[in-house]
Design a protein around this ligand. Structure first.
Ligand code: HEC
Length: 189
């Protein structure tokens, strides 16, 4: 029995030392210019979804989706988010393949998560990825406005569509039903 327990302790110690050694000898890859494996992507997005499911408060968006607020959300998105998540002219982000994991292209391929989920991701960021925690940089109102904008992409009023078209030369109405499966980080199905 004693030998058995010592054996277990020894095994844990060796596993720990090997892990440290791999890191210390520079064997852990640090480059971000590659795509995570399907296995890693699946594991990480399951872990993220489970953690959010547990931690994120189920709150409703206190900011009404009026034209004015959605246009404000569009501006906040353009200034803070489009560099990673894609611009409103429907071009993928220049950084699409430069982050590990890659940022989802949310204009080309809109997210279908509930608003409390988007808000939590925006507010607290996603650790070990390029997604910043915006609660240090944007007001609560502005985080809700950009949340509202992202969750209304396929149901914008003609007024908001027109503003979009005037500013960026195209609008969601002209891209409806297009498939862009090759873009984006992880997908929820
Ligand atoms: C520096 C790059 C970068 C910027 C800027 C950025 N993001 Fe992200 N964002 C990411 C990455 C990378 C992920 C993917 C994280 C992952 O794979 O879990 C992400 C994930 C997200 C998600 C979660 C998607 C999901 O599937 O749950 C939301 C929502 C989001 N971002 C919104 C925003 C908003 C809104 C802004 C601007 C206020 C923004 N992001 C700015 C890199 C960025």
């Amino acid at each position: 029995m004693r030998a058995f327990i010592l054996g277990i302790i020894f095994t844990i110690f060796v596993a720990f030392a090997v892990g440290l050694g791999i890191a210390e000898f520079g064997l852990m890859p640090t480059n971000a210019d590659t795509t995570p494996s399907a296995f890693e992507t699946k594991m990480a997005s399951n872990a993220l979804d489970a953690a959010m499911e547990r931690a994120a408060p189920r709150v409703n968006n206190p900011v009404a989706p009026t034209d004015e607020n959605l246009i404000a959300g569009m501006k906040i998105y353009t200034m803070n988010c489009s560099v990673c998540h894609g611009t409103l002219d429907y071009k993928p982000s220049a950084l699409e393949h430069s982050l590990y994991p890659p940022p989802p292209q949310v204009i080309i391929d809109p997210l279908d998560d509930p608003e409390w989920h988007l808000y939590y991701a925006i507010r607290t960021g996603v650790r070990y990825t390029g997604m910043p925690a915006w609660n240090k940089a944007l007001s609560e109102q502005d985080m809700w406005k950009v949340t509202g904008f992202l969750s209304h992409l396929d149901k914008l009023s003609p007024g908001v569509q027109e503003y979009w078209k005037k500013s960026f030369g195209t609008s969601p109405a002209e891209h409806h039903g297009e498939e862009h499966e090759e873009h984006g980080g992880h997908h929820h199905d």
